[in-house]
Design a protein around this ligand. Structure first.
Ligand code: HAM
Length: 434
C-alpha cells in the first residue's frame, strides 16, 4: 500500500500578514469605522463627494508624480499583468484622482474625498508601513487661494476639536512658488549648497544639482545646520505667488487656524507648487511625526498630458492618527453595545429562538444570540461580552404562557413580557435609555 499523500508544509510565516501590513480586527475596526465616518461626514459638510479609484494604475500615472521622488523611484510596488501591462499599486492618492479628473472631465471645481489603502515598500517600523491607509481630499479646477484655506480647514478640524479631538499637533505652512519664481530660487539655493557641500551628507550632496529642494528636507543634523541658514523660497516668491500666499494666511487667521511658516517644508513629492502644509504631532516619534500633509499641484494635470487644471489636496495617515489618538486618549475604542441578547433557556429553542431574534433585528434593534447549544452560564457570559442591555430569556414555562422574560442588565430587574408585545416593549425601553 502506498503512503497517504501528506499536504505540503507551508513555508514559515506564510500564514502571517506580510511584513509592514496588518489586520484590523474588532473592536479596533469599530474605531476605524468611527474615524472614517467622522471624516466622511465632515467632507460632505464641506461639499466633497466620495471618489473611489482602482488600487492599481498604469505605471505612468505615478511616474508623473516625479522621478526624483523616493516613493516612485524606490518604493513603488510595480508589476506586469498577464497581458504584459506595466502597473503599480497606488503609492499615493493624488495622481489617481487627477487621472480620473482628466478621464471623466467633471465640471470644475471637482471636490472629492477618499479613504484608501496605499502601498510603499518602506522599511517597516511603528508608524511606517508597507500598506497604510489615508483619508484625503482633492479639489481640481480652481486656483483660488480661498480653496487652499477650505482644504486646510477641512483637515485641521478633522484632527482637532471638530473631529478626533487631538490637541498635540501643529500646522506648518510654506509656499513652494511656481515655474516663474522657483528657477531663480533654485539657482540661489544650489549656489549656497555648493559652497557648503563639505558639511552635507552624501545623499544631500548628490541632490544639489538634481533636486536641491529635497536637501532642505534632510534630517541629518549637519544638513539641518546648513539648511537653517539657506536662502528661503518665501523670500524669492514672484508677485502672484506672494499674493496667493498672503491671502491664504489672512484667511487662515480669519478662521482662527494657527499655523507656523516653515520655509524648509518641501514635502516628499515633486508635484507641489505654491501652498504646501503638514500637520505634525509631538505625540509621535519625530521620524514619523507627520499626521498628514498636502499642497497645491497646479501643473500635475498638464504633466499627465491633460489640459491645465490647478489642484490642491491633502492625505492623512489613518494608522499615524490612531497612534496619536492612543497617546492623547482621543477616539477611545468604543465598548461593544447590543440592545438585546436572546438566551435560549429551553435547551432546544430551534426555530422559535431563531424567529424571535430575526424579528428583533428586522425591527431595527441590535440583537444577537449564542449558537451550538451552549450552557446558560456560557450564554450569559457571551451576552456580557457583547455589551447586551437587555436579555430576552426564552424558557419553556414562559413560552407556554405565550411570553418571554426580559432582564434589564443595568437595573438587574426581570419582567415577563407577552411574546407579541416584545418588539414594542424593547423599543420603548431602548428609546427611553438612549
Ligand atoms: P504623504 O505625505 O506622502 O502625502 O502622505 C500623507 C500621509 O500618509 C503622511 O503624512 C502619513 O501620515 C501617511 N503615510 C505616508 N506614508 C506612510 C507609511 N509608509 N506608513 C504609514 N503612514 C504613512 C501624500 O501621499 C499626498 N498624496 C498628499 C496630498 C494629497 N497632496 C496633495 N493632495
Amino acid at each position: 500500500m502506498s503512503e497517504p499523500v501528506r499536504p505540503l508544509e507551508p513555508p514559515r510565516d506564510a500564514y502571517r500578514a506580510p511584513v509592514g501590513t496588518h489586520d484590523v480586527l474588532p473592536p479596533e475596526s469599530t474605531r476605524w469605522g468611527r474615524l472614517v465616518d467622522l471624516f466622511a461626514a465632515r467632507a460632505a459638510r464641506f461639499g466633497y463627494g466620495l471618489v473611489i479609484t482602482p488600487v492599481y494604475e498604469h505605471l505612468e500615472v505615478f511616474q508623473r508624480v516625479g522621478e526624483g521622488t523616493d516613493i516612485v523611484r524606490k518604493e513603488m510596488y510595480e508589476f506586469s499583468d498577464k497581458g504584459g501591462r506595466r502597473l503599480a499599486l497606488r503609492p499615493e492618492g493624488t495622481a489617481p484622482v487627477v487621472r480620473a479628473y482628466l478621464q471623466h472631465r467633471p465640471v470644475p471645481p471637482w471636490k472629492v474625498f477618499y479613504v484608501a489603502p496605499h502601498f510603499r515598500h518602506e522599511k517597516a517600523q511603528r508608524g511606517r508601513y508597507r500598506q497604510h491607509h489615508q483619508v484625503g481630499a482633492e479639489v481640481l479646477g480652481v486656483d483660488d487661494p480661498e480653496v487652499d484655506v477650505e482644504v486646510i480647514a477641512l483637515a485641521a478640524g478633522f484632527l482637532g476639536a471638530e473631529g478626533l479631538g487631538l490637541e498635540r499637533f501643529a500646522l506648518a505652512l510654506n509656499s513652494l512658488g511656481d515655474e516663474e519664481c522657483r528657477p531663480a530660487y533654485l539657482d540661489a539655493l544650489r549656489a549656497y549648497l555648493r559652497a557648503h557641500a563639505d558639511d552635507l551628507c552624501a545623499d544631500s550632496r548628490a541632490r544639489i544639482e538634481t533636486n536641491p529642494l529635497r536637501v532642505l528636507d534632510c534630517k541629518v543634523p549637519t544638513c539641518v545646520a546648513v539648511t537653517e541658514r539657506a536662502p528661503q523660497l518665501t523670500e524669492h516668491l514672484c508677485q502672484p505667488c506672494e499674493a496667493h500666499f498672503e491671502t491664504v494666511q489672512r484667511s487662515l487667521k480669519a478662521l482662527g487656524i494657527d499655523y507656523e511658516i516653515a520655509p524648509r517644508l518641501v514635502r516628499g513629492l515633486d508635484y507641489y507648487t505654491r501652498t504646501t502644509f503638514e500637520f505634525a504631532s509631538d505625540a509621535l516619534e519625530s521620524a514619523q511625526n507627520a499626521l498628514g500633509g498636502g499642497g497645491r499641484y497646479d501643473r500635475l494635470a498638464e504633466e499627465m498630458g491633460g489640459p491645465p487644471a490647478p489642484g490642491i489636496g491633502f492625505g492623512i495617515g489613518i494608522e499615524r492618527v490612531l497612534i496619536a489618538c492612543d497617546a492623547e486618549g482621543a477616539l477611545p475604542t468604543p465598548a461593544p453595545v447590543l440592545d438585546a441578547f436572546v438566551v435560549d433557556a429551553t435547551g432546544s429553542g430551534g426555530p422559535d429562538v431563531t424567529a424571535l431574534l430575526h424579528e428583533l433585528r428586522e425591527s431595527g434593534l441590535s440583537a444577537d444570540r449564542a449558537y451550538g447549544g451552549r450552557s446558560l452560564k456560557a450564554q450569559f457570559r457571551q451576552a456580557d461580552r457583547a455589551g447586551a442591555r437587555y436579555l430576552v430569556l426564552v424558557g419553556k414555562e414562559e413560552m407556554g404562557r405565550g411570553a418571554v422574560a426580559v432582564k434589564d442588565m443595568a437595573a438587574g430587574e426581570q419582567v415577563e413580557v407577552p411574546r407579541a408585545r416584545l418588539v414594542t416593549y424593547l423599543h420603548e425601553k431602548v428609546d427611553q435609555s438612549s
